[in-house]
Write a protein of this length. Structure first.
Lengths: 159, 159
């Protein structure tokens, strides 16, 4: 086997790893799923997900600090002011990750009845799915059609 | 605000959550990134990623047990038999998640020089990116064009 070329390059500024530093625990993304599905309030999220109260509070603070969620006040009649959570553009931009995760999860981990969640195109009702394409407009079938290359920020390791 | 419809439905069989139970720590996906980039051997992964030895060993066992990686023997001259790791179809099917994570990470967390990694279409050299489409062939711009619906496996909560 030839030595993998990747070994010549630093991963110190890897943007996948940085994304995972924010998203990389099973709860952060579950919280985002809730907000994507219109569940915006702490108590609703807690009841639905069974995430421990303190863990949910910590994840919400982190997602607000990182700019994925905005925290907005609301007040119901006779109640104190509370907050709900909405996706920022940065949060909304995670949508392809959410859809891709759901596709993979549905392919390999669904009950025999199928996924509990479907994504419908608002205009036509068609099922929404993730595809890979290239800047020249070609459809890309999968990893075998793709060559990983050093990007503009690549740093060669000293040897 | 109207009550979010999502609250009427169980998340017990959510396929996003099941996917995250496998992938939901920052290291599992970093290990997969390595293998996608052709780094298949324990020592190479460890040197490159600085994942603690025991954590890396645990993650590799889990990814093999879950069927994302296959473990294959090799032997270099004068050395004992060792193993390297290759993606199964189930692992390869995570590729859209990897590309989508990298896009998001690059948009929000890259150094000013940009991402260290680029994905090139093998045929034409164009940059590969993730898009959303629907079964009727429409391009889907983002979450505002999509309606989340109960899927075939949806279970209504008792109220």
């Amino acid at each position: 086997m030839t030595r993998p070329e990747a070994l010549d390059w630093s991963i110190d500024n890897c943007t996948i790893q940085r994304a995972l530093a924010v998203l990389g625990d099973r709860w952060s993304f579950v919280v985002l799923r809730e907000v994507f599905n219109g569940v915006r309030r702490f108590e609703d999220m807690r009841t639905r997900t069974a995430i421990p109260r303190q863990v949910l509070a910590d994840r919400l603070v982190m997602l607000v600090d990182e700019g994925l969620l905005r925290r907005e006040p609301y007040r119901e009649v006779g109640q104190r002011e509370r907050h709900e959570y909405r996706l920022s553009q940065k949060g909304l931009d995670l949508y392809p990750v959410l859809v891709a995760l759901n596709e993979w999860g549905t392919a390999y981990y669904a009950d025999s009845s199928g996924s509990p969640l479907a994504f419908e195109h608002r205009d036509c009702g068609g099922a929404v799915h993730v595809t890979l394409g290239c800047t020249s407009g070609h459809e890309v079938a999968g990893p075998r059609d793709v060559v990983p290359r050093p990007g503009p920020g690549a740093r060669r390791l000293a040897v």
